[in-house]
Design a protein around this ligand. Structure first.
Ligand code: NAD
Length: 268
């Protein structure tokens, strides 16, 4: 691993504070993915990586990124397919024997349900969105628990639409609310094993998942206009905050939803 200080735009990170930490990152689709920003920062801070891709169609987009990051494990994982998440954790156990960090950066809802009113959402669409975007985080926690021998950090990605109505966020609002609540309950249940659980809540970012939301460009321009910092966040910003939450600097923090939004969420 390169021992030079890590240079990000505007800042230099001297530390390899995550050296020796083994991190699973689920949710890289391409180089715009929030999960990719997190994986890149984890790696730059010294972590070893396990990276997943959704399916064979996604593989050629994810594998080169995983290779650049020197990922020790690259495996398929559709959390909606029985056994695939379990297989990833089996591979982690066989390769590393343990795990320190697991990031869940995935969400899904059928387009017709995502783009319609919540009041019109189908039971099947709601159930699928909840399973992929929320319950799979609980399954991930269950599988991670026995591998986090010395404690660890579980991270989920959420959005402000969980607690306030954001026009066009629709059924993802209640789904993310459930995810944030799950983070608190998991933090409560796993705290005595020194497993800390966090939700990270980025401001709007132009990614593939976001492109499924109606009028997403309006959210982007609104974030620039109204946020105190007056700029969009990028995936490295999210990665830096996610990384912070995994370090001893955050060792007494758990169950929180941490915003990375340039302050947008404090403005009425
Ligand atoms: P993205 O499209 O890059 O990532 C979404 C990921 O979810 C993809 O890698 C996709 O393969 C994965 N996924 C979908 N269904 C899956 C399944 N069944 N099994 C496994 N993986 C599956 O978009 P992103 O914006 O980086 O999204 C990552 C997370 O960040 C999501 O939870 C999203 O809700 C959240 N988020 C995004 C924004 C934003 O503005 N982009 C803001 C706040 C929170």
């Amino acid at each position: 691993m390169n021992e030079q200080p890590t240079r990000l735009e505007g800042i230099t990170v001297q530390s390899k504070i995550l050296r020796g930490q083994r991190a699973l990152v689920i949710g890289i689709a391409n180089e715009s993915s929030i999960a990719y920003g997190c994986a890149r920062i984890f790696r730059q801070l010294g972590a070893d990586l396990a990276v997943t891709y959704l399916n064979e169609k996604a593989r050629p987009h994810v594998e080169p990124l995983a290779k650049d990051l020197g990922a020790a494990i690259v495996a398929p994982c559709d959390v909606g397919h029985d056994g695939e998440l379990e297989a990833v954790f089996r591979q982690i156990r066989e390769t590393w024997g343990g795990l320190d960090i697991a990031l869940h950066s995935i969400a899904f809802a059928p387009k017709v349900d995502l783009q319609g009113r919540l009041v019109d959402s189908s039971a099947a669409g709601f159930k699928e969105a909840m399973d992929i975007s929320c319950h799979s985080f609980i399954r991930m926690a269950r599988l991670a628990e026995p591998l986090m021998h010395d404690g660890g950090t579980l991270l989920a990605t959420t959005y402000h639409g969980a607690s306030k109505v954001v026009p066009n966020y629709n059924l993802m609002g209640p789904v993310k609310a459930a995810l944030e609540s799950a983070v608190r309950y998991l933090a409560y249940e796993l705290g005595d094993r020194h497993i800390r659980v966090h939700a990270v809540s980025p401001g709007p970012l132009k990614t593939r998942a976001a492109s499924g939301l109606k009028d997403f460009d309006v959210l982007l321009s609104d974030a620039i206009e109204r946020s105190p910092i007056g700029e969009l966040v990028d995936i490295d910003d999210v990665g830096l905050t996610a990384a912070f939450l995994t370090t001893p600097f955050a060792r007494r923090l758990t169950g929180t939803t941490t915003y990375v939004d340039g302050g947008l969420s404090i403005v009425a």
